[in-house]
Design a protein. Structure first.
Length: 132
């Protein structure tokens, strides 16, 4: 097998792992956060948003639009928190969210950026990790 084939297969494997992780994240959000999913893998010329959902807070009677980045890391990975996101990734997510907001016509009055990390088969949840 040549190097290009190995790189291509490695990328395909990572994409499959990413899709499986995002699927698990959707189930977690629907069960734990009572979320209404608006978009999965939203793409535009600026980047991609893994998950976009609306979350209702009965205490404040408000809806929050939540942009969620989802990552998975193996148990032997030394990075197990927000450090798995680079500054460039965070900027790309922010710009893509701004683009999404320009087209958004929902009822949310707030926005939030969350980060979900599947590490050692457990979810680590980082709410509001990035400001718009």
């Amino acid at each position: 097998m040549d190097r290009l084939t190995i790189q291509r297969e490695s990328k395909q494997l990572a994409q499959q792992l990413g899709k499986g992780t995002e699927e698990r994240a959707v189930h977690w959000l629907l069960e734990e956060r009572k979320a209404k999913i608006l978009a999965r893998n939203y793409r535009c010329k600026l980047g991609e948003l893994d998950l976009v959902f609306e979350e209702y807070d009965p205490e404040s009677d408000e809806i929050t639009l939540v942009f969620t980045e989802v990552k998975a890391r193996s148990p032997d990975c030394e990075l197990e928190g927000l450090e798995v996101l680079s500054w460039q990734q965070s900027q790309r997510i922010r710009k893509t969210a701004e683009y999404f907001l320009a087209k958004y016509s929902g009822r949310a009055s707030n926005t939030r950026f969350d980060f979900l990390l599947l590490f050692n088969n457990e979810w680590k949840y980082f709410p509001n990790y990035l400001a718009l």
